[in-house]
Write a protein that binds this ligand. Structure first.
Ligand code: IMP
Length: 427
């Protein structure tokens, strides 16, 4: 048995959905521990594409226990829509469990997310406007509403009443706009509560019991290392902990129970939203990668910014997450390129930086130091064995191992399950 934490090693959208799905088939329990419906996983099963934002992708297999942990923020409307969407596609959600301690996204969180972004003007973060940040703000300010408060009708009205008083004051005095009616939200959310209640439990007990019973548990990641509130490119980050430590805090599992941490890395780099991006290609090459890689957001549809592989980031992700292995995705997108570049260090004011800087001002001025490698003029999407990859593709991958100090466990050469080359079995 083993426990695996899967994380995104870049700015999110590394293709975690596909790797999660691959590992979820082996796992018996699949857990989400951070973020909310700002995430978007696309999973292809039997040629059918599923888009999930909140529910762990293990749900696509009837026998898996799927857990939304305490660290997740839940928009009940979105959750129920996702449950309905799955039901319409013949997928049952009987094995879904939701932590009673997870926080609830309220309508005022979504409105605040929009208003805050508007007020930031050209300093906007580029959030997904799903109310994620404001919900975590309330959690940390100790004014949030948890699932347990929601399903307890008496408590809910009181908690909502005092939260709304504060928020309506804010809408009125700061944003000069109308607030929300208590009864309206109460009625709407009470309907959600009734449907959510059967799924709610103390999920930490469940997960730890599964680990004690020596079952395979997968902690599926959302977002990515550089979007982490502590370790990411602050303030252009999300409001949770997408790094490996977040899996423990967000699920109520101790770090001694984790066996391995797999980092998912796209064969190049992408980013949505604002903020510095040293290897960004604002040219034809960037457009070509965006087109070949279908780099448009699952959640918002926004075009993703594209650039070369950044090994400074990869090394940083290896350190912050304690990576034990790497899964490289979308290698096939680079097929046919004459040469490839890997950023091995940054140049800042004439100095070479080997470590990812914590100051955004520094990062903004960093120039990538590139190493150029020959490309491969061969399609890789049908290849199933590592040894059959073109020599230059293997050279590229090997260089990533050298630069990160972490071995590659898996290489993905297309969206389908078969298009996964396994080098070392993670579970
Ligand atoms: P928020 O999470 O909606 O507050 O957005 C904060 C930042 O994180 C923005 O730059 C978003 O584009 C980014 N972000 C949030 N979730 C994801 C994700 O799943 N993939 C990529 N970027 C994300």
């Amino acid at each position: 048995m083993s426990t695996v934490v899967l994380i995104g090693a870049q700015w999110g959208d590394e293709g975690k959905g596909k790797i999660t799905d691959f590992l979820a088939r082996q796992a018996e329990v699949v857990v989400r521990s951070q973020g909310g419906n700002n995430a978007g996983h696309t999973v292809v099963v039997d040629d059918k594409e599923y888009k999930l934002h909140l529910i762990p992708s293990g749900i696509l297999y009837p026998e898996k226990l799927c857990v939304i942990g305490n660290g997740v923020v839940i928009d009940p409307k979105v959750l129920l829509e996702e449950i309905d969407y799955l039901a319409e596609n013949g997928i049952q959600t009987d094995n879904l469990r939701i932590s009673s301690s997870a926080h609830v996204i309220m309508p005022y969180h979504k409105k605040l997310d929009e208003l805050q972004e508007e007020r930031r003007g050209n300093k906007k973060i580029g959030t997904t406007k799903r109310g994620i940040g404001p919900c975590y703000m309330d959690k940390i300010a100790r004014t949030g509403i948890r699932i347990i408060d929601l399903i307890n009708a008496n408590d809910f009205k009181e908690t909502l009443g005092s939260a709304l008083q504060d928020k309506n004051y804010l809408f009125d005095k700061v944003y000069n706009t109308t607030g929300f009616e208590l009864q309206e939200i109460y009625d709407e959310y009470m309907q959600y509560a009734e449907r959510i209640r059967p799924y709610v439990t103390d999920t930490s007990v469940l997960i730890n019991k599964a680990i004690d019973e020596r079952r395979d548990v997968l902690f599926e990641g959302a977002q990515g290392t550089l979007l982490d509130i502590d370790h990411g490119t602050y303030p252009f980050v999300t409001s949770s902990y997408p790094t490996s430590g977040g899996a423990c805090v967000g699920s109520g599992v101790g770090p001694t129970k984790i066996d391995s941490v797999l980092g998912v890395v796209k064969a190049y780099t992408t980013r949505v939203g604002e903020g510095p991006f040293p290897t960004e290609l604002r040219n034809e090459m960037g457009d070509q990668i965006r087109k070949a890689g279908h780099e448009f957001g699952t959640t918002t549809g926004r075009p993703r910014r594209c650039g070369w592989m950044d090994a400074v980031i990869l090394r940083y992700a290896a350190r912050i997450n304690g990576l034990t292995g790497i899964a490289v995705t979308k290698l096939d997108v680079l097929d046919g390129l004459e040469t490839l570049k890997i950023c091995t260090a940054y140049k800042y004011q004439g100095e070479i930086l080997n470590e990812f800087p914590s100051s955004l001002k520094v990062l903004e001025q960093c120039q990538p130091v590139y190493e150029e490698l020959p490309g491969w003029q061969q399609e890789t999407s049908e290849i199933e064995d590592y040894n059959d990859l073109p020599q230059n593709a293997k050279r590229y991958l090997h260089r990533l191992e050298e630069l990160s100090g972490v071995k590659i466990d898996m290489v993905s050469v297309g969206p389908g399950r078969k298009q996964t080359i396994v080098i070392n079995n993670t579970f």
